[in-house]
Design a protein around this ligand. Structure first.
Ligand SMILES: [Zn+2]
Length: 417
């Protein structure tokens, strides 16, 4: 990949190690008819790793192909498991960081659900920015949302800057963090949350590699990039059953002049593991009868795009009522509410996120459906399925922030060319 690393700024990325052609570039937008769902814009994925900081990026990413205007339907707040996580995280941050009477700024705040929760818990003022804000969102009380990118909004001093599940969508995450450090000023506290790349890369999580996510951070890369941008990193932690990383830091206003030492591991072998996992899922689904996926978001789009064609998949279930009756981007599978599932007489339900397996099991039981559940992920190697019982290491609903990552060890050796 030509050009410097978009995270740490080091010159030269490694050669692409994983490629997928023509994936939908807007996997969570809703489509009213199958033809529209099949005709979506597409782009390529070429994963490459920075030899300096370890960040994995899609070297073929074009930000102009992703549309974050209203209609970008990414909320997970319909899930009780996710809602409990959000509430516990807001409570935990409010209990630990003195915010009463102060101001929180959230970059990429979506519809403002978390910002409102945090401000309610902490008794502080909130300002959020997100181009996908639809003006009908949850923001209320002392929170205000501007429908624009952080780069474009007027400067808003804040004591805490929150940026959750956003940095993985940003073409130049290092530049965004450096801008935050410079604009907000020394002493400003930063809370980041991103998907953890390590389980994706180690366990062949091909369903977690999709166009909107142009960056894949592990703990070492995330800490290195924040430090390079001018933050003193205080903690990097696992959250949400090991699926997310959180980082807390304080702006120092002195960006590193050179790339940070690398503390993350190479992504070697991912392409082979992913190919084997895709093959295994094709065989598994071919013999499974009528299959319903559970979770109609980006993971389902990436999963079905990779394993297609899959004639046995009859529907994708999603608990978000706004998605009912729509069709999945790329493959045009019908998206339905759980209530409509019994009529389809499924033989197997595949949960797209293991952390929701308990919630799904309860819902199926309430619907009178005795159907086996498999979940993607969670085990090393290509045999990715596991029973619904063996999920989430952190209790659902807990912010999962108590388990602190070890401090990054010595850097890995140089990566072979
Ligand atoms: Zn880098």
């Amino acid at each position: 990949m030509p050009g410097p690393c978009p995270g740490c700024g080091a010159p030269g990325m490694g050669a692409p190690f994983f490629a997928v052609d023509r994936v939908p570039t807007n996997s969570v937008r809703l489509h009213a008819d199958p033809a529209q769902a099949l005709a979506v814009p597409r782009g390529d994925i070429r994963l490459a790793q920075c030899p300096a900081c370890g960040l994995v990026v899609n070297a073929a990413f074009d930000p102009a192909r992703v549309d974050y205007s209203p209609g970008y339907e990414s909320t997970q707040s319909h899930s009780p498991t996710f809602d409990a996580f959000h509430r516990a995280l807001a409570k935990e941050l409010a209990g630990r960081i003195p915010l009463a009477g102060r101001r929180v700024l959230e970059i990429g705040c979506g519809q403002g659900e978390f910002l409102s929760l945090l401000c309610g818990e902490a008794g502080c003022e909130g300002i959020g920015c997100d181009p996908a804000w639809a003006a009908t969102g949850a923001a209320a009380g002392p929170t205000r949302i501007v429908p624009m990118l952080y780069e474009d909004m007027p400067r808003a001093p804040a004591d805490l800057v929150v940026c959750k599940m956003t940095l993985e969508h940003v073409a130049r995450p290092g530049a965004l963090l450096a801008l935050v450090a410079a604009r907000q000023g020394p002493g400003t506290r930063l809370f980041l949350q991103v998907p953890d790349a390590r389980p994706i890369l180690d366990r062949a999580g091909f369903w977690d590699v999709y166009y909107e996510h142009c960056n894949y951070f592990d703990a070492g890369a995330l800490a290195g990039i924040a430090a390079a941008a001018g933050f003193r990193v205080e903690a990097v932690r696992e959250a949400y059953g090991g699926q997310y990383l959180t980082l807390e830091a304080v702006a120092e206003g002195r960006p590193l002049r050179s790339a940070p030492p690398r503390h993350s591991r190479p992504a070697d072998g991912f392409a082979e593991r992913a190919a084997a996992a895709i093959d295994a899922w094709r065989r598994r689904l071919a013999g499974a009868g009528r299959v319903a996926l559970w979770g109609g978001g980006s993971k389902a789009v990436a999963f079905l795009t990779a394993v297609a064609p899959v004639p046995g998949v009859v529907a994708v279930v999603d608990i978000n009522p706004r998605k009912d009756g729509t069709f999945l981007a790329g493959t045009a599978h019908p998206v339905i509410l759980p209530e409509r599932l019994p009529a389809l007489r499924p033989d197997l339900v595949v949960a797209m996120n293991p952390i929701y397996a308990g919630e799904i099991r309860d819902r199926l039981a309430a619907l009178g459906l005795a159907v086996p559940i498999r979940t993607v992920a969670a085990e090393p190697g290509p045999s990715a399925g596991l029973s619904a019982g063996a999920v989430s290491r952190a209790p659902p609903g807990s912010p999962g922030c108590s388990r602190q990552r070890r401090q990054p060890g010595p850097p890995d050796g140089p990566r072979p060319p």
